[in-house]
Structures are given as structure tokens and as C-alpha cells.
Design a protein around this ligand. Structure first.
Ligand SMILES: [Zn+2]
Length: 216
């Protein structure tokens, strides 16, 4: 299944991490018009584990970092199409300039977003001691679970970086899956803590995005 990796939805044409709102809206219309089925994270995992049959053209929409513009520019478009999405946030920066605050995160959660951890402060995990890695990972999870009353046991590596310590911290803490920034479709043959995704480049045209979405 393709798992799309978005970041910021806003205006910054020079930055590939930022996708213009009209381009995002065009991509979501494309999914709707071409019979794609965006999944909740729970459904995605059930399908990955072959506990549920896949719907036509399944896709998972993920957003990294927790930018405030996701609330303003992504949520309304997703609501219009009734598409669920997954947000990987760093609770340590919640409410800071440019980042979602908890009230916004709660509203997104209520409108169908799965909220999962991306480290407390978006650190370069391999550069940290094992103790500090554990704190970054488990504290982010604890805060999300406490604020939203939900389960937050799917991780996403900040900068896509991890080492053996990161993997053992995640395993010991009972994380089920973790997403990397390795490129490609996600399959059940990949290690559960090393799932691939497809980077959405804000500078790309729709046709290039379609090509990468369609190629396993
Ligand atoms: Zn990130």
C-alpha cells in the first residue's frame, strides 16, 4: 500500500517540505475521483496484518511534525472528502510558533485523525544516549495518550533517523510499527519498525505525484 508522507501545507514555493494548499486540494480530489480509499491507521494495520481485506486502492495519508497549517489547510479538505489521516507530532513543541496546539490537535483527532508520536522535541535520535532516546520516545507517547485518551504506539522517526538502540527502545516500550523515510510502498514483508513511505515533494507537479503514488 502507498503511504504518503506530507509535512507542511502552506505557501513556500522554494521548500519541498511545503505543499501549496491548492496542490494539496488537487491531490485529494485526484484520490476521490480515481477511486482511492484513504485509511485510518487502525484499518491500515489490520489490512497490513491481513486481518481485514483491502478496499479498492488503499492509501494512508501521514503528516509529520504537527504544523499549524495542517489544521488550517489540510483538515478542511480532508473533511470535505471524509478522508481520515495520521499525524506524527512532537508534543514538546506543541503550541510553539507554527506548530499545532493541543486544542487544534484534539479537534483534528475528533474529526478522524490518528495522532501518533514523532519524538518529544524532534531530535536526531542516534545522537542521543539510550536513556535520552527512551525519554524522547516514551514521553511523547505518554503525553499524546494522556491528552487524547487514545493509544499512541506507532512511531515515526524524526529525520528518518534511527539506530539499534532506537529499535530496542521501541520494542521494549511495545511499539507495534514505525515509519521511516525510506521510499516505496509499504508491505507486510518489511520489518514492522522499518516501514517505507512515499515523500510528497511540494515542488512536484500533480503528474509526478501520481506516478510515484502508482508505482509500488
Ligand atoms: Zn519530522
Amino acid at each position: 500500500m502507498p503511504v504518503l508522507n506530507y509535512h507542511s501545507i502552506g505557501h513556500d514555493p522554494g521548500n519541498s517540505l511545503v505543499l501549496a494548499p491548492d496542490k494539496f486540494a488537487a491531490q485529494m480530489s485526484y484520490l476521490a475521483e480515481h477511486g482511492f480509499t484513504p485509511l485510518s491507521l487502525t484499518e491500515f494495520i489490520l489490512i497490513l496484518e491481513k486481518k481485514k481485506p483491502a478496499p479498492p486502492k488503499p492509501v494512508l495519508l501521514t503528516f509529520d511534525d504537527g504544523y499549524e497549517d495542517n489544521f488550517e489547510h489540510a483538515m478542511p479538505v480532508l473533511q470535505k472528502h471524509q478522508f481520515p489521516a495520521t499525524l506524527f507530532m512532537s508534543p514538546g513543541v506543541a503550541g510553539q510558533d507554527g506548530y499545532l496546539n493541543w486544542e487544534q490537535v484534539k479537534q483534528m483527532h475528533e474529526s478522524g485523525w490518528d495522532i501518533q508520536p514523532h519524538g518529544m522535541t524532534h531530535p536526531h535520535l542516534p545522537k542521543l544516549s539510550p536513556e535520552k532516546q527512551k525519554e524522547e520516545i516514551t514521553e511523547a507517547r505518554r503525553l499524546i495518550e494522556e491528552k487524547l485518551g487514545t493509544k499512541a504506539d506507532v512511531f515515526c522517526y524524526p529525520y528518518g533517523e534511527f539506530n539499534k538502540t532506537t529499535l530496542s527502545v521501541l520494542e521494549e516500550a511495545g511499539f507495534r510499527y514505525a515509519f521511516t523515510i525510506r521510499q516505496g510502498w509499504t508491505t507486510s514483508a518489511q520489518p514492522p519498525l522499518e516501514l517505507k513511505r512515499i515523500y510528497v515533494n511540494g515542488k512536484e507537479r500533480l503528474s509526478e505525484w501520481v506516478r510515484r503514488l502508482s508505482k509500488p
